[in-house]
Write a protein that binds this ligand. Sequence first.
Ligand SMILES: [Zn+2]
Length: 133
Amino acid sequence: MTEDEILQRNLELAVALPTGWQALYRQLIHDVAEVDGTATVVQAKEKFGEMRVYLKAYSEPAFALTDAATARSRTLCQTCAEPAVLSRTTDGFYATVCSQHSEGFEPANFSPMRHVRVLIPKPDDDVENNASW
Ligand SMILES: [Zn+2]
């Protein structure tokens, strides 16, 4: 695939995201394309009230951007993109919602998510040439 095709395909995955995060996701994809034109999104979705974007391959600059966008998603209403807080229902459903879209929700004291990124080298990876990993 060319970098233009990758960009278009990455943008198409926005359909899986809530309306309020569409612009955030599109900006992320354009920013990622600037730093790594081959970075391919395999999945974009809402999970525990935040935007998660999964990339196909290791890319430090792309990961830095997706992490920042995920953090930003925790401050934007997933319905309307207004300032919002991570919230939850009494039965444990999480969403990031503004005061207008928070019916049934209470602000969550902490995120249930803990982010860990594990890189599993493939047998043919040359570790010596990838010292920054
Ligand atoms: Zn809202």
